[in-house]
Ligand binder design. Structure first.
Ligand code: AMP
Ligand code: GLY
Length: 423
């Protein structure tokens, strides 16, 4: 099988690594890939949002199966365009990717289907939104309707902050058209769990649960980032919660999408909060999470290509999707200064005795060497029999990865380990 993977970050590196282990996969192309992915796949300089370029490449190179990983091309219709050319894909068509592409759509869908989520109102003009903020409960959460590079959510602790966020989105257009319409929703509290799932519209198969660490600083302080580390499984996701999620959230979501004629095929990501009233949906993503994928896929025992093909064919129920009974930890190493200004171009080196998987997000290769080229540079991933060992190992291996101005959190997994100790 000649496969093409669209995307070029740490998540795609982890997907490509897993696909490369399948005996059925003979050749992988990455569009655009990155300097480290180049050791597993042929990187082609076509951007993930260049739908025309992606389709042209697939046709000209006899691609037999395409995996579209990032949100933008999915929402823009990359899978629709590839399907039109008869190319099988893993990933939802745009009519289903809207579950991430429009928060107003997903909130209304949940309300209609009775899926537990934060109470909300939608707004299409600024004056109505500002008037609503005069009397609503505080803190309050403001969300841009469309994709906003993961930055379209503001948790406002005061009324003034809330108003400022609304003005920035609707008047100053800091997220362009994505902020023309907004959702204002109830602030929920509780631990967060990410659950990625495979679904073909007939069944939903949850993967092992995980926990992201989104803030830049230790103990969840400082600015939001694209994710500074992950662990799996997430100890807050007990069997009881898992059963409730399947019944109250996962199956109702699949059925609601089917009913709307928007059958979702691919990886459906549930961002959950375990509130006092039970699990609620914070967000859906129409794709694998980053950096959740970097801890989830290393625990997958089943051939990833077999699963992806079954999702596309609607035969997922025939596949026995199995995970190792182990834990994983990913520590993200970033460029000092991220998520604000940072410098790049530093050489990345590994000690000879490195025993971790390295999934590279931002690096370019030159003359056989690797140089930093992004805010989040790479994830150091270790698996072990239990979480405590996986975390310990990941931090030992981080010491064997070198580049100037490297920054990483030193507490990835700390909260999860505390929960395990208390139980
Ligand atoms: P998102 O960009 O949708 O991933 O949201 C970023 C983060 O904002 C989430 O991971 C939550 O920590 C937080 N968040 C989003 N919605 C709510 C809510 N209704 N209540 C509390 N926190 C929220
Ligand atoms: N880690 C959250 C996301 O991929 O959006």
């Amino acid at each position: 099988m000649r496969i093409m993977v669209v995307g070029g970050g740490g998540r795609e590196h982890a997907i490509i690594k897993k696909l490369s282990e399948s005996p059925r996969v003979t050749e992988i192309f990455a569009l655009p890939g990155n300097g480290a992915i180049a050791s597993l796949a042929t990187c082609v300089n076509i951007g993930a949002k260049d739908i025309e370029g992606i389709v042209k490449f697939a046709k000209e190179n006899n691609i037999q199966f395409a995996v579209v990983a990032p949100d933008d091309p999915l929402v823009l219709g990359a899978v629709d365009a590839l399907h039109k050319e008869g190319i099988p894909c893993f990933g939802p068509e745009s009519k289903a990717a809207i579950i991430e592409g429009s928060k107003i759509f997903s909130k209304n869908m949940m309300k209609e289907a009775g899926i537990p989520t934060a109470e909300y109102e939608t707004f299409h003009n600024m004056d109505d939104a500002l008037a609503y903020l005069e009397n609503c409960a505080i803190p309050v959460v403001i969300k841009a309707d469309g994709l906003a590079l993961g930055k379209g959510v503001v948790i406002a602790m005061t009324r003034d902050e809330a108003k400022q966020a609304v003005r920035e989105m609707m008047e100053d257009k800091v997220f362009g058209d994505s902020g023309s319409n907004i959702v204002i929703e109830e602030f929920l509290t509780g631990p967060e769990v990410s659950v990625l799932s495979f679904t073909d519209g007939n069944v939903v198969v949850p993967m092992v649960s995980s926990m992201d660490h989104k803030r830049i600083g230790n103990d969840d302080t400082g600015l939001n980032t694209g994710g500074m580390g992950t662990i799996a499984p997430n100890p807050y996701y007990t069997q009881e919660i898992a059963d409730r999620c399947m019944k109250e959230i996962f199956l109702p979501t699949m059925e609601a999408m089917n009913k709307l004629g928007r059958t979702f095929k691919g990886c459906l990501y549930f961002g959950l909060m375990i509130t006092e009233q039970g699990p609620k949906v914070i967000e859906y993503n129409c794709r694998f999470g980053d950096p959740e994928t970097q801890v989830v896929l290393p625990l997958l025992k089943t051939d990833l290509f077999d699963i992806m093909e079954a999702v596309e064919n609607g035969t997922l129920k025939d596949i026995n999707v199995e995970f190792k009974d182990e834990s994983a930890c990913c520590v993200v190493m970033a460029s000092e200064g991220y998520p604000k200004k940072y410098a790049t171009g530093y050489e990345i080196t590994y000690d000879m005795d490195l025993e971790a998987e390295i999934y590279v997000a931002g690096a370019k290769a030159e003359d056989g060497r690797l140089y930093t080229a992004g805010g989040r540079v790479l994830g150091v991933v270790c698996t072990a029999q239990n979480l405590s060992l996986a975390v310990e190992k990941a931090y030992r291996e981080v010491e064997k990865v070198h580049f100037e101005n490297a920054y990483y959190r030193s507490d990835i997994g700390k909260k999860a380990l505390k929960v395990l100790e208390e139980n």
